[in-house]
Design a protein around this ligand. Sequence first.
Ligand code: G4P
Length: 291
Amino acid sequence: MQAEQGKNNQNSYHWYPGHMTKAVRMMQENLKLIDLIIELTDARIPGSSRNPDIEKLGAQKSRIILLNKADLADPDCNRRWADFFRETGAYALEMNAKTGAGIRTLSAAVRDVCREKLERDRKRGIVNRPIRAMVAGIPNVGKSTLINACAGRACAKTGNKPGVTKGRQWIRVNGELELLDTPGILWPSFEDAKAGMYLAFIGSMNDEAILPEKLACDLIRTLEELYPGAVQARYGIGKRQGAEPELTLADIARCRGCLLKGDNPDLKKASGILLDDFRSGRLGRMTLERP
Ligand code: G4P
């Protein structure tokens, strides 16, 4: 996923659709084969990490929303987001695809969400036909990690089945659920600059298109509002009342010994440290969007 390439784009967060049409076409083909979409969102930004057209794309299909990377997000916000999605009629669960925590609950949820379909099948005399699901989401949200976690656990690829386009593999999670091994790749909102900024914070957008210092300063500003004092606590630096984020960044550089000639703070290096710490959860479990 790349930020828009163009003149003066070093300070802006925009999305460039690029080759997404191909990904959509492939997903539409695969949609014909499945009963259920397992939609992954990033629990730190459950709004901005969703695809704006998923309702339309996934119409007619059952859907479960996963708040993935729940281990990096604020536990209280995880619960609130799950409740929020449930109130809108969707099924939502917390997930940590990296450890597989949540997969067992997912299996139970699939049964619940697809209850009517299973009942219909049973009345028609179709038994033991597993629910077929596709994992879908924007880049870097954890699709492959989830599929691998399910495959590792289940240890069974069911292989090509008659009537299924050659090359597609199904992973049997349990007797009731099979996953398509190819995830549906979706794109985030192209219009919303704030969403673009959040996606850049979590590293789902090509960093190189944005100046790291700008990204780091925007992150400091955002965290100052949502988790005041967290940045200072991490680096053991003092709080500068109402100060520009550049000064906080300079403090981070100094306390980490990132200095240039003449003892000037290396803001670029400090930006890298801050972004890495945020993305890996070392700044604490944080959620940037509230339901
Ligand atoms: P994608 O297929 O949707 O593009 O995403 P992918 O599975 O490649 O995951 C992107 C990154 O997110 C990976 O990190 C992966 O380990 C991490 N990840 C996925 N799910 C979770 C989760 O629930 N919690 C946490 N903390 N991380 C998760 P990476 O740095 O690219 O690779 P690696 O160094 O972890 O192998």
